[in-house]
Design a binder for this molecule. Structure first.
Ligand SMILES: Cc1cc2nc3c(=O)[nH]c(=O)nc-3n(C[C@H](O)[C@H](O)[C@H](O)COP(=O)(O)O)c2cc1C
Length: 194
């Protein structure tokens, strides 16, 4: 039994290619008894841009936080703890202007938390998340993944590694403008091999 956390990074719903692939992957990975959680970063009230109280709370021990700081950091606490507790992640990441979408970045800024997902040490920060598995579905219109301007693959690898997550499988569905059906069928074929 595992906890599977799906994080959708596209603002599109029915027309989203990454969501379609995530549903296929989820059906493929899910086993009886698994707990499945879903964060839809553009439509989830818990995913919010930070403010000063929230950032100050990040650097203030809980027992010294003001009431305003406690309130501002509450959503981030919930999201970060949920992320830390999951075993397997399905992350969908459309490429927007060569990087991740603003919604996914906002979610990332919420879950990257000292004391929950990483820890400062004398030798620099270390990730606290161990024995996790991440599947990352990346969609692009015209940009080739792994090309020099693909800042999605490199960024998400760096970020997940920073938290301690090193077992990452990327599922590309790139250059969908050229041949959307082919990109989707190639990605589904890859998923069927897991
Ligand atoms: C605001 C915006 C920016 C985009 N930027 C890029 C880009 O830099 N490179 C690219 O190849 N495709 C870009 N695209 C195309 C999307 O990556 C493509 O439509 C993809 O299928 C989106 O994922 P989804 O179908 O899950 O919503 C962009 C689309 C939008 C709406």
């Amino acid at each position: 039994m595992k906890t599977l956390l799906r994080i959708d990074g596209s603002p599109r719903k029915e027309t989203s290619i990454s969501r379609q692939l995530a549903t296929t992957l989820q059906e493929h990975l899910q086993r009886e008894g698994d707990i499945v959680l879903h964060r839809d970063v553009y439509y989830d009230d818990l995913v919010q841009l930070g403010n000063q109280d929230q950032v100050d709370a990040f650097f203030t021990p809980e027992n010294q936080q003001t009431e305003a700081q406690k309130a501002a950091v509450y959503n981030s606490n919930v999201l970060a703890q949920e992320f830390a507790n999951a075993d397997t992640y399905i992350i969908t990441s459309p490429m927007y202007n060569f990087s991740v979408t603003a919604g996914l970045k906002t979610y990332i800024d919420s879950i990257s938390r000292a004391g929950i997902s990483f820890q400062y040490t004398e030798n620099g920060p270390i990730g606290l998340l161990k024995d996790k598995k991440a599947y990352v579905i990346i969609t692009t219109g015209g940009t080739k993944l792994k090309s020099p301007v693909d800042h999605v693959t490199t960024y998400l690898t760096t970020f997940l590694n920073f938290l301690g997550i090193t077992d990452i499988t990327f599922i590309p569905a790139d250059e969908v403008v050229a041949n959307q059906d082919l990109a989707i069928s190639n990605a589904k074929e890859l998923i069927s091999t897991f």
